[in-house]
Design a protein around this ligand. Structure first.
Ligand code: NAD
Length: 249
C-alpha cells in the first residue's frame, strides 16, 4: 500500500523537491499551496508523468479553517496520513528590530509558527495510535537562523524558527508513546525563491564565502534529510535536528 505524505508549501523550492523525492520513494504525495496554482499543478504533473501519485490543494496554513479543510480533503480523496512535512514558511525584508511593525510580526508568526502547530495538531489527531491511527512521522522545516538568531537581518524570522525548534522537542516527547516521531531540519542557505524577498546586494556572495563548503545548497539536498527522518532508517530518532548548512556550525 502507498503511504500518504502531506507537504505544506509544496509548489516550489524545498517543498517541491521534497514532493518529487517522496514520490520517487513510493509515497502518495499531497502538496498544499497558498496562491500559486500553476506551480503546484506543475509539481503534480511532473510526479504523475514519472508514474507517481500526486494531488495539490489550496490552503493558507495561517488559517485554521483552511488547515482543517486541507486535512479533511486528504482523508477523503487520498487516504490515511502517514507523514507530514511542515515546510510552508515566509521570510521578509531585512529589518532591524526598531523598525519592525505588528503587521509583519503577525504574518511571520502566523505562517511559520501557528501554521506549523495547527498542521501538526491535525496530523497527530489522525496518526496517534491512541486515537485509532497507525502512527507516523512529522518533519518541521526550521532554519539555521534558529541557532544564529540572524542579528541585523531577521531576528523576527529567527525567533519564529526558534519556536519551531522548541515545538519539535516538546511534541516529539508528547507523542512518542503514540507511534509518532517528530524531527526537524535546519537548512542554511538554499537556492530558492525565498531569498527574493530579502537581502542587500551581494548578500548571497557574502554568505557563500563564509560557508565551509563554499556554496549554497540545493532544495534536493534538504529533501534527502527530510525523507531520511521520515523513513525506517531513522526509526530510533525523535526530537532531533539535522542541520543542512554546508558546514555552518
Ligand atoms: P519558497 O519561498 O520557495 O517556498 C515557501 C513555500 O511556502 C511556498 O510554496 C509558499 O507558497 C509557501 N507558503 C508561504 N506562506 C504560506 C501560507 N501562509 N500558507 C501556505 N503556504 C505558504 O522558500 P523555501 O526556501 O523552499 O522555503 C521552505 C521552508 O524552508 C520555509 O519554511 C523556510 O523558512 C525554510 N528555510 C529555507 C531556507 C533557504 O535558504 N531557502 C533556509 C532555512 C529555512
Amino acid at each position: 500500500m502507498h503511504k500518504t505524505i502531506l507537504i505544506t508549501g509544496g509548489s516550489r523550492g524545498i517543498g517541491a523537491a521534497t514532493a518529487l523525492l517522496a514520490a520517487a520513494k513510493g509515497y502518495s504525495v499531497c502538496i498544499s499551496y497558498q496562491t500559486n496554482h500553476n506551480a503546484a499543478a506543475e509539481t503534480v504533473d511532473r510526479i504523475r508523468a514519472d508514474g507517481g501519485r500526486a494531488w495539490a490543494y489550496q490552503a493558507d496554513v495561517a488559517s485554521e479553517a483552511d488547515v482543517v479543510n486541507l486535512f479533511q480533503a486528504v482523508d477523503r480523496e487520498v487516504g490515511p496520513l502517514h507523514a507530514l512535512v511542515n515546510n510552508a514558511g515566509i521570510l521578509e525584508q531585512q529589518c532591524r528590530v526598531e523598525d519592525l511593525d505588528t503587521a509583519r510580526l503577525h504574518r511571520i508568526l502566523l505562517t511559520n509558527v501557528v501554521g506549523t502547530i495547527l498542521c501538526a495538531r491535525e496530523a497527530v489527531r489522525r496518526m496517534s495510535t491512541q486515537r485509532g491511527g497507525t502512527g507516523g512521522g512529522i518533519v518541521n522545516v526550521s532554519s539555521i537562523a534558529a541557532r544564529t538568531g540572524s542579528p541585523g537581518e531577521y531576528v523576527d524570522y529567527a525567533a519564529s524558527k526558534g519556536a519551531i525548534d522548541s515545538f519539535t522537542r516538546g511534541l516529539a516527547q508528547e507523542v512518542a508513546g503514540e507511534g509518532i516521531r517528530v524531527n526537524a531540519v535546519r537548512p542554511g542557505f538554499i537556492y530558492t525563491d525565498i531569498h527574493a524577498s530579502g537581502g542587500e546586494p551581494g548578500r548571497v556572495d557574502r554568505i557563500k564565502a563564509n560557508l565551509p563548503l563554499q556554496r549554497g545548497g540545493q532544495p534536493a539536498e534538504v529533501a534527502q534529510a527530510i525523507l531520511w527522518l521520515l523513513s525506517e532508517e531513522s526509526s530510533y530518532s525523535t526530537g532531533i535536528f539535522i542541520d543542512v548548512t554546508g558546514g555552518r556550525f
